[in-house]
Design a protein around this ligand. Sequence first.
Ligand code: RFL
Ligand code: PHB
Length: 389
Amino acid sequence: MKTKVAIIGGGPSGMLLSQLLHTRGIDSIVLERKTKDYVLGRIRAGVLEQGLVKLMEEAGCADRMHAEGFTHDGALISYGDEMFRLDFSELTGNFVMVYGQTEVTRDLYEAREKTGGAIEFEVNDVAIHDANGAAPHVTYTTQGKKRRIDCDFIAGCDGFHGVSRQAIPLEVRREYEKVYPFGWLGILSETPPVNNELIYANSERGFALCSMRNENLSRYYIQCSLSDSPDDWTDAAFWEELKRRIPKAQADTLVTGPAIEKSIAPLRSFVTEPMRWGRLFLCGDAAHIVPPTGAKGLNTAASDVHYLYNALRDCYENGSEAGIDSYSEKALKRVWKAERFSWWFSSMMHRFPDQSEFDLKMQIADLEFLRSNKAAQQAMAENYVGLPY
Ligand code: RFL
Ligand code: PHB
């Protein structure tokens, strides 16, 4: 087979890139290791920046998001029984969209299927060849048969555990990593959200987050030990612990119910450099991971897609390789800012096993400064709603 862009990974990065390229008549083939049902069963991000909303519009996939998503122009931060609000619209003139990653991915699959997009599911043994040479190609197996795709470019959109990053030789690649000594236990429940805006809670028992998908679908997280498994937590134990970590007024009105999904995610900061090697480009979680506290993972994946899509467009439409040559540098500049914000917000909100009394005082001072200082609030809000592309 032959295509212009071989895309490895059918998560949100790969599907968004494929659909955007399609709008400019640039063909691609998406290779996905799992089934479509599996990809659409993963519960992940819930907060979208304007940049991603605009890309979904450009991809022609934004109708359901505008009809069913919720714009949020603020969020709450609590510590103990104290709570304050960050007013995004007043501080930045901007807002975020609450619409699940699962729905974003579903909308992208629907659009690709409607327009005859080539997606291969359940592929195995994906391997990248000659990415730094004149004849890049990808091989894989499907239903026991070996296949080959010859292409102009390869987009590695295969997430943190994919193969694309490993195709960049070790002498070229540099990795930066920080692993956090705790995880997030998340549940989805068919209950009304405890509040109409998100609540990020720092408590002496650890972090908690009250989020949502719609009026009757809530998403809650609590910081947990890395040795915990979801089965260790009954629904009742989860609700009890959540109530102890959020302010009393909210705990008293929290509506509980059975968890329809329960999972634990480890927290990690990770960046690989460069994000381009010859004709291979890394996008999204394949190149970088942030702890979810700042809601930046999917949004940073989207900014990579923006830079790559425009670079490829410029190449095919104007014969210019300038965008391709500057892709890694441009993407990484924004990635590192998202890393800094996610690390800072995570550090301020969680309990760390080795935290000293001094460290705890610093956390509270940081929170009180944020609560009382407009410039600090503005910096936080600008990062949260999304830095410009
Ligand atoms: P994905 O979503 O991991 O998709 C990669 C796809 O590649 C496939 N794959 C392969 N395919 C072929 N061959 C191979 N060898 C392959 N290896 C892997 C996989 O099956 C998969 O389908 O990466 P992508 O597209 O870059 O998207 C990144 C986002 O998924 C991620 O950054 C966010 O979910 C992170 N995140 C959040 N981001 C936000 O912007 N806002 C949020 O509110 C937010 N909340 C979260 C989150 C992530 C979480 N978890 C579970 C890590 C909350 C949580 C709990
Ligand atoms: C979510 O709703 O899943 C969510 C929201 C905000 C975050 C992380 C996750 O920071």
